[in-house]
Write a protein that binds this ligand. Structure first.
Ligand SMILES: [Zn+2]
Length: 351
């Protein structure tokens, strides 16, 4: 048998679809709500180019809309998702594990609606049920801010709130587990992280994060936290914009270092993708907003050849070069997240 070319091997490994569990699509669709077919014209080419099969699309509310317009903007972001997917038959919003499987069989791109920060809920569990009906299937309690559910981990090596969740935060986490909404520990402060694990039993996820070994801020996760996720058969998605505090170290090889680091601690079954591609939003901001982000959180460093979904082949190629086996690459790109979906989401909706 002639040896398979590397390009063919990449084709084969990506053919089943790549899963990215964190993408800020809804806020961009909302900001461009006066326009039509944004999903098809601005996102489909890159998503298709990278063989992306499932995307976790995050409802996120910027500070300027809070508190008063949070609920309104969240609903509008979901409305944009539905309108845009109706206009582009290649996408479909999935609510169950069966929906995801069916979408993949039909060659469609599955969108799983997630929520990053529960500000839109206020302290109302009934509203959470409404968002569930609308399709929200994963929830991270906070972004970097504090809210009615808990506190975000800050972008510094110490100094996050020492407090865990609020009563509402605990009720919400329990309700997520009961209903089949994946609990996402991305962004939560260390105390909240521990507390969520103490009141849940299903495999936890951290949809988009990096290891503190390489970028030591409390927004990322340390070895103990990685091991806690591993012990519970959970999953960690590796983020592409906080690979290193240094621009010159924010390179594809270092992204793979994060994958390898997690796999060495808890096994390859615990690691996947949560790209958090953000440059398309960042580049639209005025200089003042960029400066504010840098001062409040951190300056994002985009990896030159991993800046959008079309670059996913570069990652697969790099993992091959670094000696990962086919099985390890397929688990990282897809298989591990599928296991989480199977364990958390309803197999199918009734009716
Ligand atoms: Zn985030």
């Amino acid at each position: 048998m002639p040896q398979e070319s590397i390009e063919h091997r990449i084709d084969r490994l990506q053919a089943g679809g790549v899963i990215d569990m964190h993408f800020d699509l809804p806020m961009d669709l909302y900001e461009k709500r006066e326009r039509k077919n944004v999903l098809e014209t601005e996102f489909l080419p890159e998503i298709k180019g990278g063989n992306i099969g499932v995307v976790g699309v995050a409802i996120y509310i910027e500070d300027r809309y809070l508190p008063d317009a949070g609920l309104r903007v969240a609903l509008d972001q979901i409305a944009r998702l539905y309108a845009e997917t109706q206009a582009c038959a290649q996408f479909t919003i999935c609510k169950t594990y069966h929906d995801i499987q069916k979408a993949r069989e039909m060659g469609k791109i599955a969108l799983l609606i997630t929520m990053e920060g529960v500000e839109p809920l206020g302290t109302d569990l009934n509203l959470f049920h409404i968002f569930y009906e609308l399709g929200v299937r994963s929830i991270g309690l906070t972004h970097a801010r504090s809210n009615a559910a808990g506190h975000g981990g800050i972008f510094a090596s110490t100094g996050s709130s020492p407090d865990g969740l609020t009563g509402f935060g605990r009720d919400l986490v329990r309700e997520c587990e009961a209903l089949g909404v994946i609990v996402d520990l991305a962004h939560i402060n260390p105390a909240g992280f521990k507390e969520i694990l103490s009141i849940t039993i299903k495999p936890p996820i951290v949809s988009h994060t990096n290891v503190r070994q390489y970028y030591d801020i409390e927004r990322n996760i340390n070895d103990d936290q990685i091991k806690m996720i591993g012990e519970r058969r959970g999953m960690i998605g590796v983020n592409s914009v906080l690979v290193s505090p240094k621009a010159e170290k924010s390179i594809l090889d270092h992204y793979v270092d994060h994958i390898e680091y997690i796999a060495n601690l808890i096994g390859i079954d615990g690691v996947g993708i949560g790209f958090d591609f953000f440059e398309f939003i960042y580049s639209q901001w005025p200089e003042s907003a960029k400066k504010q982000l840098d001062e409040k959180l951190a300056m994002p460093h985009f990896i030159p050849n991993l800046r959008n979904h079309s670059h996913t082949r570069n990652l697969t190629r790099k993992m091959i070069e670094r000696g990962f086996s086919d099985e390890e690459i397929e688990k990282t790109l897809r298989g591990n997240w599928l296991r989480i979906f199977e364990e958390w989401l309803e197999p199918r909706t009734g009716g």
